[in-house]
Design a protein around this ligand. Structure first.
Ligand SMILES: N[C@@H](CCC(=O)N[C@@H](CS)C(=O)NCC(=O)O)C(=O)O
Length: 203
């Protein structure tokens, strides 16, 4: 039996980064996906009542980014340099904040038309595009996001940009360095295989 069990809903959302890290690290894990209808009962059994959680031995670890960081250490995808490691944490927090803004719009009471308008006129210009401009500069002339090696920061970017169509941005054509980086990350054999075989879900 795998040493780790990731429990989440049948979505990519807050758990997908952990799945990419385990896959890239070639670390076996159980990818348990809870059906929405089973959640009210299951919720009572999860300390904190939120997903994802990672089951490690008798412990239940909450919070997607804490889980990602733990998995990345196991997968040797955290740089030894503390400052570089902190820059990856900052990147992960930035992506997390962007996604939180996106979910705020998606879960709001607005009509679908109003949501699309808010995405296009507020969310993209305020939260996404400035970050993409900065990342484009950062990645120009660089192999990876920090250090000379692949880290979980690169995987976090890969996960984020693989879902651009959620924001109605369908490609990275205007960002050549981001595009090249994305292609490199998604061509890593284990990530490529995961992208080809993972469950197809709406988000
Ligand atoms: N900060 C937490 C957020 C966890 C969270 O809000 N999870 C949502 C799904 S994305 C959830 O469990 N919702 C079901 C509920 O609250 O009953 C994390 O990143 O793990």
């Amino acid at each position: 039996m795998a040493e780790y069990k990731l429990i989440y809903f049948n979505f990519r959302a807050r758990a997908e980064i952990v799945r990419w890290i385990f896959k890239q690290g070639d670390i076996p894990f159980t990818d348990e996906r809870i059906n929405r209808e089973d959640w009210p009962e299951k919720k009572n059994t999860i300390p904190g009542g939120k997903l994802p959680v990672l089951i490690v031995k008798e412990y239940t670890l909450p919070q997607s980014l804490a889980i990602a960081r733990f998995a990345a250490k196991k997968a040797k995808l955290v740089p030894e340099n503390d400052l570089e490691a902190a820059f990856i944490d900052a990147l992960a927090d930035t992506i997390y904040e962007i996604m939180t803004e996106f979910y705020k719009i998606r879960m709001s009471e607005k009509t679908e038309e109003e949501k699309k308008k808010a995405q296009k006129e507020e969310f993209l210009p305020k939260f996404v595009l400035p970050v993409m401009e900065k990342l484009e500069k950062r990645l120009t002339g660089r192999e990876w996001y920090v250090s000379d090696n692949l880290t979980w920061g690169d995987l976090a970017l890969g996960v984020f940009f693989s879902d651009l169509k959620l924001f109605d941005l369908d490609n990275l054509a205007k960002y050549p360095a981001l595009k090249a980086h994305y292609e490199k990350v998604t061509s890593l054999p284990r990530i490529k295989e995961w992208l080809e075989t993972r469950p197809k879900t709406e988000a």
